[in-house]
Design a protein around this ligand. Structure first.
Ligand SMILES: Cc1ncc(COP(=O)(O)O)c(C=O)c1O
Length: 373
């Protein structure tokens, strides 16, 4: 219950009603350092040595001054090898901050966020803090297929007659891994010019379905693509992400951020990471091979599981998932229990790291679940 006064009887300032009723995005982030972290889909081995070297070489006076961003958009474009202009690349303090800014810039009270379920958990509180309605369309069938027709109908024949303001597509989807072909995304964007179609491509490197090489932002200025250096390049702790789209949209989303939201360490690390694509490619290849290896073990052992895109998969333990989760934790391994999530309640999401890490996971999982392994 809201307390209007504190123990001394002083009035506590009231926030906006949307904030008062908001359930903030919360994730179990503490005490993870010594563990095998398969719970946040992070890079499990750290960034390129060149990133670490660049960070070590930052002179003291660079810490004393505000960060400079010159050339970073160009570096992103060079890394993508696409014919984009710097104004088409927005820089954010992680993709989370980009998502927050998108809702701030485009999500008006009473308008609708259209998305899928289950999907990345941060879209919902961002919509709620703006006072938006949320229409979350479930994935379809045992394979969690993308609900294309239902989404198209919600865009073209919206209940109440008003087109959704925002469509958030996580591709591949976290946590189901569901993939949506770039052409289908373009179809949706072209059919719904009054809706900003945001494609969260955080995990596309592990899948290869990016809409970016196919996008023409002049033809579909309502398309905005999110990329991050968190999951592939290993910069999750430094917080840097990008929103790529039509310059006017990138400008509006960037307007609602602070002037120095990305710190100097993140900028330095980003330059070094973008230059060392070979390191990222090597890591991604290793993860993809480890994903295939783990899927084979699960298949052979008869463990119900679902694996598609992304550096993660879902599996359904025989025993109480909370107990399996806890026993893995005791063995020094963190995974993410999906309890309470629509369609996947009872599953564990396991992030994929290197082959050696997945072998360690599998051996622990087999002994906890009593499998031959
Ligand atoms: C789908 C998705 N989008 C965005 C984020 C946040 O990315 P960043 O670390 O760049 O803020 C995550 C992190 O887990 C995610 O899974």
């Amino acid at each position: 219950m809201t307390q209007d006064r504190n123990a001394a009887g002083a009035q506590i300032p009231q926030p906006r009603p949307e904030v008062e009723s908001l359930q903030a995005y919360s994730a179990p982030l503490e005490g993870r350092r010594q563990m095998l972290r398969l719970d946040f889909n992070e890079n499990t081995i750290g960034p390129s040595p060149q990133v670490v070297e660049a960070l070590r070489s930052i002179p003291a006076d660079h810490i004393a001054i505000y960060p400079e961003y010159d050339g970073l958009q160009q570096a992103v474009i060079a890394n993508l090898a696409l014919p984009l202009q710097p104004e088409q690349v927005g820089l954010f303090n992680g993709v989370d901050a980009a998502i927050h800014a998108i809702f701030h810039a485009y999500g008006d009270r009473g308008e609708t966020l259209l998305t899928t379920a289950p999907t990345f958990g941060y879209y919902t509180p961002c919509a709620q803090m703006q006072g938006m309605q949320i229409q979350a369309v479930p994935y379809e069938g045992a394979a969690f297929a993308f609900p294309f027709e239902a989404i198209r109908q919600a865009l073209l024949e919206p209940a109440g007659g008003r087109a959704p303001r925002l469509l958030l597509l996580c591709n591949p989807n976290n946590p189901t891994g569901t993939r949506l072909a770039p052409q289908r995304i373009l179809e949706l964007a072209a059919a719904a010019p009054h809706t900003l179609v945001v494609v969260d491509e955080l995990y596309e490197a592990f899948t290869g379905d990016s809409v970016l090489p196919h996008a023409n932002f002049n033809a579909t200025p309502n398309l905005l693509v999110l990329r991050s250096l968190a999951k592939t390049a290993g910069l999750a702790g430094l917080r840097i992400g990008f929103a790529i789209g039509h310059a006017a949209v990138v400008d509006r989303v960037s307007r609602v951020t602070g002037p120095y939201d990305i710190n100097s360490f993140a900028v330095t690390a980003a330059f070094a990471a973008l230059k060392d694509q070979a390191y990222v490619d090597g890591y991604v290849a290793e993860v993809i091979a480890a994903r295939a290896w783990l899927a084979e073990q699960l298949q052979a052992a008869g463990v119900p599981h679902h694996v598609e895109g992304g550096n993660y998969l879902l599996l359904w333990p025989q025993r109480d998932p909370a107990v399996v989760d806890q026993e893995l934790r005791v063995a020094g391994i963190l995974v993410r229990a999906m309890g309470g999530k629509p369609l996947i309640d009872g599953s564990l999401r396991v992030s994929i790291g290197t082959l050696a890490q997945m072998q360690r996971f599998w051996s622990a999982y087999c002994s906890i679940e009593g499998l031959a392994g």
